[in-house]
Design a protein around this ligand. Structure first.
Ligand SMILES: [Zn+2]
Length: 446
């Protein structure tokens, strides 16, 4: 078949310019526009399609090529259709202009993850037009609301339309980027086999109101809250070297002076503290610890009133195996004697999820990757944020985050563009991803 690059590029440009911006409110996003355009793109190639809407305008599209053997496993390619907001002030080009310049497509969603959503659609259409009749069913899900935790998208579909989205194997974002590792051999491409949990907590600190002109010996909630923040910042949660992390470090084929400390509970923190690259240090720390970040604080009613209450929000991200009880115990440890003086409320309880590495999907991705990127090897990795993969892992599917990128996009650039300014993707990356989906569907579903 001919080169799919142009087709993926054009479809990506359409999805970017639809600007399905999800700001977290139920009426934002309006992903029905992307769902409609994907439906018309796939129309006529003999693919079964359905759309589902949790609330008006927030449609998700399910397309499928039915397998010939009902007992064969189902593969789902899942891409989200929403994007986060973009502030044009920091951009060199219009974030929703979808311009193609020097082989790069610019715009919000170019790497998160309309690039993959578009290349998946092109792969599915090409397979259908090629008369692909797999044993197992191939499902394509273009899903709304990923950027606001999926309550109106994947979470809703798994709960309300389980038959439409049932799958044994699921691939979604994000992985396959070139990590700046001093590995021996060819590139090592991370496959996200797990992701951390999110346990968000709101801490209410109480005080006694009084006149701001007489602060001496007052019970000021803001001053107490400042100490709570300080203790959380100083808290050193226990280091844990998980099998998943071990698999990553061993697979990365690093020099001994690096792999030694990375696999040692004491060595890993010392290494992270000494690394010149703070981005890499943060990642290493987050992969080996449950983390606590104070992110929001609200206090006071007026400049001349001593505040009697403060609400402090914590973004807590847990390693696999950590429970809500563990989180409470860690908070108690962090706050010490202040723990009993505050109220802790749970705003999000979302446990970590993980899929096995010894699966047919892993083997297929490894084989297809080697074919498309000569010398490359897939290695397991853990995403420290959340994706829609967790909904499917929880109902028993093997779900990975993966994609392919050319070496034109470095990991540092990738990280900076993610929800950042000047998001863009090169066409070679689009071609590679399209080849990955087509190749994996053929390899796994037969
Ligand atoms: Zn995303």
């Amino acid at each position: 078949m001919d080169d799919p690059t142009g087709e993926v590029t054009e479809l990506l440009q359409v999805l970017i310019s639809n600007a399905c911006v999800n700001d977290g409110t139920p009426q934002s996003g309006q992903e029905g526009r992307n769902a409609d355009d994907l439906r018309s793109y796939l129309d006529g190639s003999g693919i079964d399609m359905q759309t589902f809407e949790a609330v008006e305008g927030r449609a998700s599209l399910v397309a499928r090529i039915e397998g010939t053997d009902p007992n064969a496993p189902t593969l789902m390619l899942m891409g989200h259709t929403d994007v986060v907001p973009a502030n044009p002030d920091g951009w060199l080009r219009d974030p929703f202009g979808a311009e193609l310049v020097d082989g790069m497509v610019w715009g919000r969603g170019a790497i998160d993850m309309l690039n993959l959503t578009a290349s998946m659609a092109v792969a599915v259409k090409r397979l259908a037009e090629d008369g692909f009749r797999p044993r197992g069913t191939l499902v394509y899900l273009a899903v709304a609301d990923e950027e606001a935790m999926g309550a109106l998208g994947a979470g809703w579909l798994v709960e309300h339309e389980p038959d439409a989205v049932r799958a044994d194997f699921v691939i979604t974002e994000s992985g396959g980027f070139r990590m700046p590792l001093p590995s021996s051999g060819g590139p090592k491409l991370p496959v996200m086999v797990g992701e951390k949990g999110a346990y968000w907590r709101r801490i209410r600190v109480k005080g006694t109101p009084g006149h701001g002109s007489m602060p001496f010996r007052t019970d000021n909630a803001l001053v107490k809250a400042a100490e709570v923040v300080r203790r959380i910042h100083e808290y050193r949660p226990q280091t844990r070297i998980l099998d998943l992390w071990r698999g990553f470090v061993e697979g990365a084929e690093l020099p001994d002076e690096l792999s030694g400390p990375l696999l040692d509970a004491d060595g890993v923190v010392a290494l992270a503290e000494s690394l010149p690259d703070p981005g890499m240090a943060r990642m290493i720390h987050a992969c080996t610890h449950t983390t606590f970040a104070p992110t929001m604080m609200r206090a006071g009613v007026k400049t001349n009133v001593i505040p009697d209450a403060v609400d402090l929000d914590l973004d807590i991200r847990t390693l696999p195996g950590v429970t809500a009880e563990d989180v409470a115990a860690m908070l108690r440890e962090a706050l010490g004697d202040l723990f009993d003086q505050v109220e802790v409320a749970a705003t999000v309880d979302d446990e970590a999820s993980e899929s096995a590495v010894d699966t047919p999907l892993w083997d297929s991705l490894a084989r297809v990757t080697e074919r498309l990127v000569p010398g490359a090897r897939t290695i397991p990795f853990m995403l420290v944020a959340a994706t829609d993969a967790r909904f499917f892992r929880r109902v028993g599917a093997t779900a990975y985050g993966y994609g392919l990128f050319s070496d034109r996009i470095s990991f540092t650039e990738f990280a900076a563009m993610l929800h950042g300014d000047n998001e863009r993707v090169d066409q070679e990356s689009l071609r590679l991803s399209e080849g990955l989906w087509e190749g994996t569907a053929r390899d796994l579903l037969g």
